[in-house]
Ligand binder design. Structure first.
Ligand SMILES: Nc1ncnc2c1ncn2[C@@H]1O[C@H](COP(=O)(O)OP(=O)(O)O)[C@@H](O)[C@H]1O
Ligand SMILES: Nc1ccn([C@@H]2O[C@H](COP(=O)(O)OP(=O)(O)O)[C@@H](O)[C@H]2O)c(=O)n1
Ligand SMILES: [Mg+2]
Length: 237
């Protein structure tokens, strides 16, 4: 039956895609970004977005909205580490100490958790929230996983706003106290920002002003994802 159809592969915006008659479209679940590498996505390679920003800048909150609106799997590096910490695994104590100090967990541990989460994700559009947090994290990911992100979102937020949000977060986290927050803010400047600068120089970063209401910020984020070019196969009957 499929042999009677001509297949045409093209890149098309999501808005235009929605106006097509669904019966003549077969959507391959991949897409590429305008700023992406080669613009040609394979149906097997996941579309990876790194979501970066200081502690309390709203990464987790906005990732939930992106995931539910655009069908992404949301993997939070911090959540994966906290789960591992609570599972009493051999690395649990090490992770607890590093998080309490606001430092960065060795890349091999974090990447192995991320890899497992990617492998079991139900979407091949993946948000990796809070990773990479250092150049060492970044280089290890690119080496072990063997891909670069297709897109990087960076939430820019003033320090005093981040501190206010963390102190109001109320999730019982061992690192949400003023002493650890100060250390995390320093790590953010010293180790996280070089990662943002690296991907900025490659034209992959979309900087989002992370002040205002959750809805206002999501409207800025939404525009980035709505402008992604979907890779579709059109089946012409
Ligand atoms: N735009 C916003 N305005 C006020 N509070 C916010 C906003 N976005 C998130 N929050 C709250 O701030 C805290 C930190 O947000 P979160 O998404 O956990 O940030 P991150 O993952 O970057 O640390 C949470 O309690 C969240 O509910
Ligand atoms: N790539 C990562 C991500 C988090 N972490 C650790 O986990 C802590 C919490 O990360 P998180 O992403 O949940 O924190 P928020 O920025 O969401 O507040 C960090 O401060 C680090 O100690 C890490 O070591 N390596
Ligand atoms: Mg978070």
């Amino acid at each position: 039956m499929w042999r009677r159809f001509a297949h045409l592969s093209l890149s098309i915006s999501r808005t235009k895609l929605q106006s097509f008659e669904p019966t003549v479209l077969k959507l391959i679940n991949t897409f590429s970004s305008d700023s992406g590498s080669d613009g040609v996505a394979s149906s097997r390679k996941p579309f990876i977005t790194f979501v970066l920003g200081g502690p309390g800048s709203g990464k987790g909150t906005q990732c939930e909205r992106i995931a539910s609106t655009f069908g992404f799997a949301h993997l939070s590096a911090g959540e994966l580490l906290r789960e591992e910490m609570s599972s009493h695994s051999e690395n649990g104590e090490l992770i607890r100490n590093v998080i309490k100090e606001g430092k960065i967990v060795p890349s091999a541990i974090t990447i192995s958790l991320i890899k497992k989460a990617i492998d079991s994700a139900t979407s091949d559009k993946i948000l990796i929230d809070g990773f990479p947090r250092s150049e060492e994290n970044r280089m290890a990911f690119e080496k072990i996983i063997g891909v670069e992100p297709d897109l990087v979102i960076f939430f820019e937020c003033p320090e005093e706003e981040m501190v206010k949000r963390i102190l109001g977060r109320n999730q019982g986290r061992i690192d949400d106290n003023m002493e650890t927050i100060r250390k995390r803010l320093k790590i953010f400047e010293d180790l996280n920002m070089p990662v943002v600068e690296h991907y900025s120089s490659k034209g992959k970063v979309h900087k989002i002003t992370a002040t205002g209401t959750v809805d206002e910020i999501f409207e800025r984020v939404r525009q980035v994802f709505a402008s992604l070019r979907w890779q579709v196969t059109v089946i012409i009957a």
